[in-house]
Write a new protein. Structure first.
Length: 255
């Protein structure tokens, strides 16, 4: 049983107790986002209760519960905030960790492939095989460090802005999960490289832009904040990521 207010309205991001009402005998009705009245203590005086009316959008809390997953995915690809709210708040998708590892493996594979193209070796077969295997692990480590730097950059910008409520560990974890989930666009790296053509580099650039846009939308939806702050956070993440890349290049690692 979900706790009250565990869901969110996908239109106005207001908390909702349930997504639908079950009237028994197979009759279900989607809940409507209604104006709620909450009581809170005004100031330090605990005896003075004040009434706060939270205006709502009067629309269905989550119309996507009736939609086909393919439609929801298309809406998510189009970066619609409603689809993001549905996925992040009203579903129990728990593939963040696995998706992150798989995306990093995709990135490591792309880098490893480009490294193989650029290097010609005259070493014996066994040595080449071990060296190639080591190269793949190295690329995976580098991709992981870059991803970590990008996330640290985002959280640093949000922390410095102080405008966002990131007070509890749960807020932090939820945003981290949203960012990892919204990086699903990296899965497109594999087909972009497998079907290699003259525009591969352009495709890789477009995938990067798509992933950043998706990350930005995830921050906006999760924290219910402005586009400007999301942009600042993403730019900060990119700065941290590029700082790590230039550090690796100084060390002499081919990234
Ligand atoms: Zn609403």
């Amino acid at each position: 049983m979900e706790e009250p207010g565990a869901y969110r309205c996908i239109e106005c991001s207001r908390k909702a107790p349930e997504l639908y009402k079950d009237y028994q005998r197979g009759v279900l009705r989607i809940s409507i986002c209604v104006t709620s009245v909450s009581f809170y203590f005004a100031g330090c005086n605990l005896t003075s209760l004040s009434k706060k009316i939270l205006k709502s959008c009067q629309k269905p809390v989550d119309k996507y519960i009736e939609y086909d997953p393919v439609i929801i995915l298309i809406n998510a690809i189009l970066c619609k905030a409603q689809a993001y709210r549905h996925i992040l708040f009203n579903t129990k998708i728990n593939i963040h960790g696995k998706l992150c590892i798989f995306c990093l493996l995709c990135e490591a594979y792309i880098r490893w492939l480009q490294l193989q193209d650029s290097s010609q070796s005259t070493e014996p077969d066994d040595l080449i095989r071990y060296a190639k295997e080591w190269d793949f692990y190295r690329m995976f480590g580098i991709a992981s460090l870059e991803q970590t730097a990008f996330l640290i950059g985002i959280f640093t910008a949000l922390w410095l802005a102080r405008a966002v409520v990131l007070t509890t560990k749960a807020d932090f974890t939820f945003l981290l999960k949203a960012l990892l989930l919204s990086s699903y666009g990296k899965l497109l790296l594999i087909p972009a490289v497998i079907w290699e053509h003259d525009y591969t580099h352009l495709c890789l650039l477009l995938i990067k832009v798509f992933v950043l846009t998706s990350n930005s939308q995830a921050i906006r939806v999760t924290l219910n904040t402005s586009r400007k702050l999301c942009l600042v956070a993403i730019v900060s993440g990119l700065i941290f990521e590029n700082a790590i890349i230039s550090l690796f290049q100084r060390i002499g690692w081919n990234v």
